[in-house]
Design a protein around this ligand. Structure first.
Ligand code: NI
Length: 176
């Protein structure tokens, strides 16, 4: 299985709305997901969306574990529904925007629905970091990168400088 090349900000595939997956159980989708998992394990990120590896399909993977070896959750054709209006700021980064971090407001509580590789329905509620990761990854399917969600671009910075900005702001956490 190959490790896939990551598209970086500026590549048009990151700006377009990804296509729905017609058959989540198709072998080519299983192959894509296997390659995405291997790529994510190699890079060490928290999540990855198919457009980031140049496949404009509505597929994302992510894990909420710490360190490598965590088994990612696979979401095909995901749909997000905010469960409350409350939004909270938090640090994000992205494999497609390397070297930068930014503070992004996200819905604190969401419900998300999708299907998995076996075509089974997924219907979950998520809060805080889990909700943030799902919103970040699903934004990739709509051509949105996290800086577009920021309301204060002074808080977009190189990760090596972010250490200067921890006061009053939650500590950086890796979201890719
Ligand atoms: Ni990202």
């Amino acid at each position: 299985m190959p490790i896939l090349k990551i598209a970086r900000m500026g590549h048009p595939v990151l700006l377009r709305r990804a296509d729905p997956v017609a058959d989540p159980t198709a072998p080519e989708i299983a192959r894509l997901v296997a390659d995405m998992i291997e790529t994510l394990e190699d890079i060490g990120g928290r999540g990855l969306a198919a457009p980031q590896v140049h496949f404009s399909q509505r597929v994302v993977i992510f894990h909420m574990g710490e360190g490598r070896g965590a088994v990612p959750e696979v979401l095909i054709n995901p749909v997000i529904e905010p469960l409350a209006e409350e939004m909270i700021p938090g640090w994000e980064g992205c494999l497609s925007v390397p070297g930068l971090r930014g503070v992004v407001p996200r819905f604190r509580h969401i419900r998300y629905r999708a299907v998995d590789l076996d075509g089974r329905s997924i219907d979950r509620e998520a809060s805080d970091m889990h909700a943030r990761v799902v919103q970040h990854e699903c934004d990739h399917l709509d051509g949105v990168l996290y800086p577009q969600r920021m309301d204060d671009l002074r808080l977009l910075m190189f990760e090596t400088e972010a250490k200067h900005h921890v006061n009053g702001i939650v500590l950086p956490e890796d979201i890719d």
